[in-house]
Design a protein around this ligand. Structure first.
Ligand code: SF4
Length: 336
């Protein structure tokens, strides 16, 4: 039986952190290992430029970084196709064709785009670029070029998939049944708060632990995590519910350990410094195999490049088939 193609991806604007690990990477490895799917992972450099057009070096430098993060968490290039968006010009071609099938008003109403424009006021001011407003159209091209059937997303990304489905339906209605309509799958990954308690973890917020962080960096970051501010002395009764150290113990420590942290904190029997040190040790241990694998690829960048070149070649073959069918349907197949 043909395996369903599952499509995921990331914008290469920075190294990946534990938020990505719990939010999507673990799940991607699980799906890869289940053997039930044909997974494709897109490194979306063109999409990253929509809000980093003035920092091309940042996007370029992070393509390999993100690829190394994938490989170090267990994405296996023999089972998952990893490829670079800009190296597949068919995606850009499809984006142009699809731009006739969606109105500006519809893009402006897209809740995900609306929220993101609001968040990027510092970059765009009152006037958003054509490229950023239209990124759901290029995302529809990404999905359909590779015949993505299942798209794992968080709830906030659902409007983007709906936008893609609308484009597919309109295309198929006008030109004939050519494109595959994708299905969104709500990813059951966890959303991790930052070390400062912020709902989002990210580089700009300075509250993230990266998969590539060294032991020293992890320890330093954990030591600066936000704790119960009312706790001054060790015997003050604490509230672990408002402490990020307790929050991370629940993710990285054993169940019993996390339970003890909570009980001792509430009873004023635990100091914050040893509590943080214990957490740092657990995070370091959990990320150790990832860091070690990453260190190997850092020493062998040529292997990473080879994986990207081969994955991109394979993905491009699929995109070339799609564009051929699309052009035939649109009567653009001149001279055979
Ligand atoms: Fe947080 Fe641990 Fe301090 Fe309690 S003892 S406030 S859980 S760091």
């Amino acid at each position: 039986m043909k395996k369903k193609r599952i499509l995921t991806g990331d914008r290469p604007t920075g190294r990946l952190h534990i938020g990505h690990y719990f939010g999507s990477l673990k799940k991607r490895v699980e799906m890869q290992e289940s053997g039930e799917y044909d997974p494709y992972i897109l490194i979306a450099d063109v999409q990253a430029l929509t809000d980093n057009f003035n920092h091309p070096e940042k996007v370029r430098n992070n393509v390999r970084e993100v690829a190394m993060d994938y490989l170090s968490v267990g994405i296996d290039p023999k089972k998952t196709t990893i490829y670079i968006q800009s190296m597949i010009p068919e995606v850009a071609e499809l984006t142009v064709f699809y731009s006739n099938l969606v109105t500006i008003a519809r893009l402006q109403r897209n809740p995900t785009v609306k929220t993101e424009i609001e968040q990027k006021k510092d970059l765009f001011g009152e006037s958003v670029t054509y490229g950023f407003l239209g990124y759901p159209v290029s995302q529809a091209a990404d999905i359909t070029a590779f015949e993505g059937e299942l798209i794992p997303v968080g709830e906030d990304q659902l409007p983007l998939i709906e936008q893609c489905r609308e484009i597919v339906r309109k295309f198929n209605r006008i030109y004939g049944e050519v494109l595959t309509e994708p299905e969104a799958v709500l990813s059951s990954g966890k959303r991790i708060k930052g070390l400062d308690g912020n709902e989002k973890m990210g580089k700009s917020l300075g509250n993230a632990i990266y998969l590539s962080d060294s032991e020293e960096e992890i320890t330093k970051k954990v030591m600066s995590a936000v704790t119960d501010p009312n706790r001054i002395r060790k015997d003050d009764l604490g509230n672990p519910n408002i402490c990020m150290v307790a929050y991370y113990h629940n993710l990285f420590s054993s169940k019993e350990e996390a339970k003890t942290v909570c009980e001792e904190c509430k009873a004023g029997k635990r100091g914050c410094v040893p509590c943080k040190k214990q957490l740092a040790k657990n995070i370091v241990n959990e990320l150790k195999p990832i860091r070690e694998k990453r260190a190997y690829y850092e020493l062998h960048p040529e292997e990473v490049d080879k994986i990207l070149i081969e994955g991109t070649k394979k993905a491009q073959k699929v995109a070339q088939e799609t564009i051929k069918k699309v052009k035939q349907a649109m009567k653009l197949d001149y001279f055979g």
